[in-house]
Design a protein around this ligand. Structure first.
Ligand code: HEM
Ligand code: HEM
Length: 216
């Protein structure tokens, strides 16, 4: 009874889960990603700075994932397909345990977000200067003979980026929207299921102290 009450009162026992770097990374990423989206094809210099900010934040997070910060470590939360599917199964049966750190489904989404963001930023960087595409091995020709007579220059007459690279960049950016929507839905879902505001926890860093059955 006391336990149940302590969950709802303001002085409930909490534990620190997300370190400052993870929190600054997260909300910085949200801001930079939103800026890159809103300025795409509108204000190119800001678009590029925002895109590079995304890339820098992701690079920092990748390094931090190997550092000694418990719930930030990739080995703490990234699980294989078996464990991830098992967790999704337990979700369907409405029996999924509460994780203090990222749950396996959230972790799979985080991997997808980081990879897609990296791909979006990388293709954007390649596109920004014609010389950069020239540094690539002749991959496009191997992938699609239809592009074999493309001289690799992504720029048309008007100086606008075009061609397969732009298609890839835009497709990845659109895929990001789908992933972010699913990510936010997952956050809302898990928040309701475990009766805690996970978005708020990503701001304060604190979560409700573990209870029996929770996975720490
Ligand atoms: C406003 C919408 C968003 C909310 C409310 C939100 C909330 C959260 C929360 C609560 C977590 C921790 C999940 C957990 O408890 O396991 C998280 C993690 C994460 N989110 Fe979001 N998120 C939002 C938008 C985004 C966007 C737009 C991106 C990417 C551009 C993103 C990328 C990530 C990543 C990479 C993590 C892993 C954090 C880490 O361990 O470093 N999120 N988000
Ligand atoms: C990771 C974050 C990024 C996102 C979400 C993003 C998103 C987008 C989107 C949606 C478009 C299509 C605009 C349109 O034509 O409708 C676009 C175009 C473009 N992006 Fe990005 N981008 C990102 C990073 C970058 C970076 C880092 C660069 C280069 C430094 C870059 C360079 C470009 C260029 C050159 C175009 C083509 C603009 C044009 O000529 O039409 N992007 N981006």
């Amino acid at each position: 009874m006391t336990d149940h009450l302590s969950v709802q009162t303001k002085d409930a026992t909490t534990v620190r889960v997300w370190d400052p770097l993870v929190r600054v990374f997260h909300w910085g990423l949200v801001a930079a990603f939103a800026t890159a989206w809103l300025t795409a094809d509108e204000v190119q210099p800001i678009h590029e700075v925002a895109g590079y900010t995304v890339a820098g934040l992701v690079a920092l997070r990748l390094i931090w994932g190997f550092a000694d910060s418990r719930y930030a470590r990739f080995t703490q939360f990234v699980k294989g397909p078996g464990a991830t599917l098992a967790y999704l199964g337990s979700m369907l049966r409405r029996q999924e345990p509460r994780y203090l750190g990222h749950n396996p489904a959230g972790a799979a989404m985080i991997v997808a977000l980081l990879l897609t963001l990296s791909g979006t930023a990388f293709t954007g960087w390649l596109m920004a200067e014609p010389d950069r595409v020239a540094m690539l091995p002749a991959l496009p020709q191997i992938v699609s003979p239809a592009w074999a007579d493309d001289d690799g220059d992504e720029y048309g007459e008007g100086g606008e980026a075009e061609g397969p690279l732009k298609e890839v960049h835009e497709t990845l950016a659109n895929l990001m929207l789908l992933l972010v929507a699913a990510h936010a839905a997952g956050v809302v879902f898990a928040s309701i299921r475990h009766r805690e505001n996970l978005a708020r926890a990503m701001i304060t860093g604190d979560k409700r102290a573990p209870e029996p059955g929770d996975i720490t």
